[in-house]
Unconditional design. Structure first.
Lengths: 321, 257
C-alpha cells in the first residue's frame, strides 16, 4: 500500500516537473525577445497538448483509483444481495480450495445460475485470506468445475471480475498457472449456456480474462480492464514509475474505451462519485442489469451461444491487410 | 562473423559450426534464440514452406508512445528482422506430412502478441481446418504487446477460440515451447495443445521470474519455469533437443496419421 502512495506522489512530481520545464521555455523565449514565432507557436502547441494529456491522464487515474477503492462493493456483496438461496461450492477436486475465487449456485429472478467471482475482501484480514483476489491455478480449476456443472444442468454462468491478476508465485507456476488460465478460456468458449460477465473493479490481465469469455460483458463505470497494471507498464516500457499515470491513459483501460472497441457490450453507471458512496443502490442497479442481460439469451441454442461468443472475440484486432 | 564465447559455458564457439547446428552450443548444448527463418529451415522439408497471411501487418491504432512511438518500434523491428511481425505462418511439409506451421520470432518486439499475431494464428488455424492438416506452432514470446493496450489481451481469447475449432475438428495441434515463452502466450494458445514439446532449459511460465521475485521477495530456485521443472510438474509432454525436434514431430505426426 505504501508503494502505491509513493508511486502516486512520484508521478505527480513528474508531471509538475514537465510543466515547469515548459514554463521555463516560455520564459526563455520571452526574455530573449527573439522573434521565433514558429518555435513559440510550436511550444504553445506542445504546452496545450501536454496539458490536455495531463488532464486525460488525471481523469483516467481517478478511475483506476476508484476501481481499486477498498469500500467498493465486492463480489461477496453482490452475491449475498442479488441471489436467493446462494450456496457456495468449494474446491477444485484436485488439490485445494482457492479463496481468491468464490463459486456457487443461486437463484435470480426464479432461475438457478452458477456464480463465479474474484474476492478481494473488505478488511486486511479478509484480503490476506483471499490473497488480494489473486487466484492460484486451483481457483481457475474450481471455476471450471462449476462451469462444467452449469453446462450440464443448463444453468447460465455469471462471473464477477475483480482482480489485480493471477497470483505470481513459485507454487502457482509449478501447478500450471498458464495452463489453468488457458483451459478456462477454452472452456468458456465451449459453454452451451449463456455467460454473463461483469467487471466490478479491477480487471487485471490474464487473471481476469480467465473468467471473462462472455456472451455479454458489462463494466461498471469506474471499473478497469487492462493487459497490464499501469505501474507494471510504466516500469517495463518507460522504466520509470513516474510515468504510471501516462501509462494508464495510453493503455485504454476504461469502460468507455472498451465499449468503443466493442470488447464490452454495456457500461453500467454508478451512483454519483462511485459505487462506494451508495453500495446498496449499486447492487440494485447491477441486479436489474443482470436480469435484462440474462433475458437477452433466452431461447438461444447452445450452438448459437458458442458461435456468438467465438465471433465476438475473433473479430477483435486492428491490422492492415 | 567471428567466433565467440558461449554465454553459458564460456568456451569459444566456432560460428560456422554454431550456425550449422541451428544455434546450439556444441559444448554445453545451450540452445540460443533461433530466428523464424532458421526455425522453418530446421523443421520444414527443404523448399516446402509457403507463407500464408503474409500481408497482414501491424498498425499503431492507439498512437501509443512510451519512450518511443510504437510506429518506430514496428519499423525498427521490421528492419532488424526482415519479417513483418512476430510470427511467420504458412503451409509446409515435415517428413512428408502436410502441416500448417507457425513460427514466432523473439527478435521482433520480444515476440509480443498483438493484433497481427492473433489474426495470423486465426488464419493458420482456419487453414489447418480447411485442409485437414495438423497445426504446429513454435512459441516464443514475452507476452501480450502492451502497445496495443487491451486489444492485445483479447488476442489471448481470439487465438484460443480459433484453435478451439481446430480441436473440435479433431485435427492434432502440437505446440513447441522455446525460450522464452511467458505471459499471455503461455496462458493461451501455447498450453492448450494436444502435445506440448519444449526445448531444453526453455523458460515457460505465466509470471516471469522478475515479477515473481519482486512479489515474493525471495530467491527463486535456479530451474524456475524451465522445461526440466515443467516436465517434472506435469506441465509439458516432453523435452526435445533442437537437433531431435524434427524427428520427434514426425514421430508424433505418424501416430496421429
Ligand atoms: Zn556453451
Amino acid at each position: 500500500m505504501d508503494d502505491k502512495i509513493k508511486n502516486k506522489s512520484e508521478s505527480m512530481k513528474g508531471l509538475f516537473n514537465s510543466l515547469s520545464k515548459i514554463n521555463l521555455f516560455k520564459k526563455i523565449s520571452f526574455l530573449s525577445k527573439l522573434n521565433f514565432k514558429h518555435a513559440k507557436a510550436n511550444i504553445i502547441y506542445k504546452i496545450k497538448g501536454l496539458r490536455r494529456d495531463t488532464r486525460i491522464a488525471e481523469r483516467v487515474w481517478k478511475i483506476v483509483e476508484l476501481s481499486r477503492n477498498e469500500d467498493r462493493p465486492k463480489t461477496i456483496d453482490y452475491i449475498e444481495n442479488i441471489f436467493e438461496d446462494f450456496q457456495e461450492l468449494s474446491g477444485d477436486r484436485l488439490s485445494s480450495d482457492d479463496k481468491a475465487i468464490t463459486t456457487g449456485l443461486g437463484k435470480i429472478n426464479g432461475k438457478t445460475v452458477a456464480i463465479i467471482g474474484h474476492n478481494k475482501g473488505k478488511d486486511i484480514k479478509e484480503r490476506i485470506q483471499y490473497n488480494f483476489g489473486m487466484p492460484n491455478p486451483s481457483g481457475y480449476r474450481k471455476s471450471r468445475r462449476i462451469m462444467e456443472l452449469a453446462d450440464r444442468f443448463n444453468f447460465p454462468v455469471i462471473t464477477f471480475i475483480d482482480t489485480p491478476g493471477a497470483n505470481p508465485a513459485i507454487e502457482a507456476e509449478d501447478n500450471g498457472q498458464a495452463s489453468a488460465i488457458a483451459k478456462n478460456i477454452e472452456f468458456m468458449f465451449n459453454l452451451k449456456v449463456p455467460a454473463i460477465v461483469v467487471l466490478i473493479g479491477e480487471g487485471g490481465s490474464g487473471g481476469a480474462l480467465a473468467l471473462a469469455i462472455g456472451n455479454y460483458i458489462m463494466m461498471l463505470e469506474n471499473s478497469t480492464y487492462s493487459v497490464i497494471s499501469p505501474e507494471g507498464c510504466a516500469a517495463i516500457l518507460w522504466k520509470d514509475q513516474t510515468a504510471t499515470k501516462q501509462a494508464a491513459a495510453m493503455l485504454k483501460l476504461t469502460a468507455k474505451d472498451l465499449l468503443n472497441f466493442k470488447i464490452i457490450d454495456r457500461i453500467i453507471h454508478e451512483p454519483k462519485g462511485g459505487a462506494q458512496n451508495e453500495p446498496d443502490r449499486m447492487i440494485k442497479i447491477l441486479k436489474e442489469n443482470l436480469i435484462i442481460a440474462l433475458s437477452k439469451f433466452e431461447g438461444l441454442s447452445g450452438e448459437d451461444l458458442k458461435i456468438q461468443r467465438a465471433d465476438k472475440f475473433e473479430a477483435l484486432g486492428f491490422f492492415e491487410k | 562473423m567471428a567466433d565467440f564465447k558461449c554465454e553459458k559455458c564460456n568456451k569459444i564457439i566456432d560460428t560456422d559450426m554454431f550456425l550449422k547446428d541451428f544455434k546450439v552450443c556444441p559444448y554445453c548444448k545451450h540452445h540460443y534464440l533461433l530466428d523464424a527463418k532458421s526455425r522453418i529451415e530446421l523443421l520444414a522439408d527443404a523448399g516446402t514452406f509457403n507463407e500464408i497471411a503474409a500481408g497482414i501487418s501491424p498498425v499503431d491504432f492507439l498512437n501509443f508512445i512510451d519512450i518511443k512511438p510504437y510506429k518506430d518500434r514496428i519499423k525498427e523491428s521490421q528492419q532488424k528482422t526482415s519479417i513483418s511481425e512476430a510470427i511467420v505462418t504458412g503451409a509446409a511439409k515435415i517428413g512428408g506430412f502436410n502441416v500448417a506451421l507457425g513460427v514466432m520470432d523473439f527478435s521482433f518486439m520480444g515476440g509480443s502478441m498483438g493484433s497481427v499475431v492473433g489474426e495470423k494464428i486465426k488464419c493458420l488455424a482456419d487453414f489447418a481446418i480447411e485442409n485437414k492438416i495438423p497445426l504446429i506452432l513454435v512459441c516464443t514470446s514475452g507476452g501480450a504487446r502492451m502497445q496495443e493496450g487491451i486489444i492485445s489481451l483479447m488476442q489471448m481469447a481470439k487465438t484460443v477460440s480459433s484453435i478451439n475449432k481446430v480441436k473440435e475438428n479433431k485435427i492434432p495441434y502440437i505446440s513447441i515451447i522455446t525460450n522464452p515463452t511467458t505471459g499471455g502466450v503461455s496462458a493461451s494458445f501455447a498450453t492448450i495443445a494436444d502435445i506440448i514439446i519444449a526445448e531444453p532449459e526453455a523458460l515457460f511460465c505465466f509470471a516471469g521470474p522478475r515479477v515473481v521475485k519482486q512479489t515474493i521477495k525471495k530467491q527463486l530456485p535456479p530451474d524456475f519455469g524451465l522445461s526440466e521443472r515443467n516436465l517434472k510438474n506435469g506441465q509439458i509432454d516432453m523435452i526435445a533437443d533442437r537437433k531431435e525436434l524434427k524427428r520427434k514431430i514426425i514421430k508424433i505426426l505418424k501416430l496421429f496419421s
